[in-house]
Design a binder for this molecule. Structure first.
Ligand code: AHR
Length: 507
């Protein structure tokens, strides 16, 4: 049964009413829903994660120390690599062995720059291990062969000292196999992964999945899924491949001007209309998940196959002066709200959405972190992920909201969004987002099934819609304590400031 979550918006109300029923638990939220995507794109890997052992930037065996520490602090549960579009042109043998002997190639998808392959299999798996994150390795279906993919999987997973490839891995410095949690069977096979018809992609998916044998391990196989509302793709993949896969990807990018990829809208200094259009557009995620899930339900009523939202986030025009192929963009308070709303949607669909990856981790699109030489800054999106850490592995709780509307031009959206969970330690948390950039909204939260004696809270907000953190001013948008919640008569009352995310922990 779908988990209940109702949003009713009422014109005349100035106040939002929320009901949280802690005695009505729903499905668990897989921690991997907070996963991240790291592609060989721009400075996402080189400079962002990996600076090499000889770098003057403080590093741990080549990995940036500041980036590792920041990512560990938000408990990154999973990392997807090496792409993206890059994955379907990646030949894994280019990225093993002595670094100075690896071939230099051109990254044809992203900026036409040289790819020296110094970050390869050992470096990625070492990165995931250092983070304590699960690995999601995307195989090359578009321009590779089933044999090449199956050998890569063997190289990754064959037990120590067994096969020729296990021995080669050991000679390259790693005797023990790595744990591979997910294998992507190509990426966007309808587009940069080979412009395939769904039927052809499904046949290839079944073939690649068959030969991706991981010894004693059972990595979950994630098929290249649809983007946005491409329901025909889901129908065909589920019909022809459903029994051979463990997950189907879904890609959906939020753009302020969503009709044209050449003119997406700016990351900063945008008009209020683009605040509204961005948030309206991002809420379409709910409809896409609902409709793709309904198709999946026909073929997989037990929900064995997950919907893996393995690329999501905002995509704006490139930062002024940057290489357009690097997809660099600033990240503002608006992005933090986009992240929060999507987390609420994923929580609502936790029974089917059991993994997701925001695009991307560092320096690319809706990033957690931005770097410039030795400097690093945490973005508002990073702080949203920090606020929602208790959602990782938590049990969803029934929560409804009746909210006033926020209107701008043709956009009309409920101002308040809610998500409530019981974390793995038993504490109840309630997240409230007020998307109205102009008006504070008083909210009253009635509680059943929990009798808290106290609550503590954190808030992310700022004066400007495009408030952001820069290398010179890194703390403009960061969580602050929220002390405005009052208890009385089994309810909590508070006023949610305009454009804010408030997360309460009930104790
Ligand atoms: O995240 C950037 C790109 O967006 C990915 O490489 C591709 O899969 C998608 O189109």
């Amino acid at each position: 049964m779908p988990f209940p979550s109702v949003v009713a918006a009422q014109e005349s109300r100035a106040e939002a009413t929320v009901s949280v029923r802690a005695d009505q638990p729903g499905p668990q939220i897989a921690p991997e829903v907070f996963g991240q995507f790291a592609e060989h794109l721009g400075t996402g890997i080189y400079g962002g994660i990996w600076v090499g052992r000889g770098s003057r930037i403080p590093n741990d065996e080549g990995y940036r120390r500041d980036v590792l520490a920041a990512l560990k602090a938000i408990n990154v549960p999973m990392v997807r690599w090496p792409g993206g579009c890059f994955a379907d042109e990646y030949h894994w043998r280019d990225g093993i062995g002595p670094s100075n002997k690896r071939p230099v190639k051109v990254n044809t998808n992203w900026g036409g720059v040289n790819e020296d392959n110094s970050f390869g299999t050992h470096e990625f798996m070492g990165f995931a291990e250092r983070l304590g994150a699960k690995s999601y390795v995307s195989l090359n279906v578009g321009s590779g062969t089933p044999a090449e993919s199956s050998q890569w999987v063997e190289y990754l997973t064959a037990p120590s000292g067994t096969t020729v490839l296990a021995k080669e891995r050991a000679r390259n410095g790693r005797a023990a196999p790595w744990q591979v949690a997910y294998l992507g069977i190509g990426n966007e096979l309808w587009g940069c992964g080979g412009n395939m018809r769904a039927e052809y992609a499904a046949d290839l998916t079944n073939q690649y999945a068959q030969f991706a044998k991981a010894g004693g391990q059972k990595p979950l196989k994630i098929a290249s899924g649809p983007s946005d509302a491409n329901y025909e793709w889901t129908e065909t993949m589920m019909k022809l491949s459903g029994k051979y896969i463990d997950g189907l990807g879904l890609h959906f990018y939020t753009r302020p001007r969503d009709k044209n990829w050449e003119d997406k809208g700016a990351a900063l200094a945008f008009p209020e209309r683009e605040w509204a259009s961005t948030l309206a557009h991002t809420l379409e995620m709910d409809e896409y998940i609902t409709k793709h899930s309904a198709i999946m339900d026909k073929y997989d009523p037990q929900k064995r196959v997950m919907l893996a939202v393995d690329e999501w986030g905002t995509w704006y025009d490139p930062a002024p002066g940057s290489n357009p192929g690097f997809l660099q963009q600033q990240n503002s308070l608006r992005d933090a709200l986009v992240a929060a709303l999507n987390i609420h949607i994923f929580a609502k669909h936790a029974d089917r959405v059991r993994m997701a990856a925001i695009a991307q981790m560092v320096n690319v699109l809706q990033a957690m972190l931005l770097t410039d030489g030795a400097r690093m800054v945490k973005t508002p999106t990073y702080w949203a992920f920090d606020l929602y850490k208790p959602w990782q592995g938590a049990t969803t709780l029934a929560a409804d909201v009746t909210s006033p509307w926020y209107h701008k031009d043709e956009f009309a959206l409920p101002a308040v969004s809610v998500s409530a969970v019981r974390d793995t330690g038993g504490q109840v948390h309630v997240a409230l987002v007020n998307i109205d950039p102009n008006r504070a909204v008083p909210v009253s939260v009635s509680l059943s099934g929990v009798q808290p004696a106290a609550a503590s809270g954190r808030i992310i907000t700022a004066a400007a819609m495009d408030a952001h953190n820069s290398f010179d001013q890194p703390d403009v948008v960061a969580p602050a304590p929220f002390t405005g919640a009052q208890f009385g008569n089994g309810a909590i009352t508070a006023t949610l400031p305009a454009k804010s995310i408030v997360v309460l922990e009930l104790r």
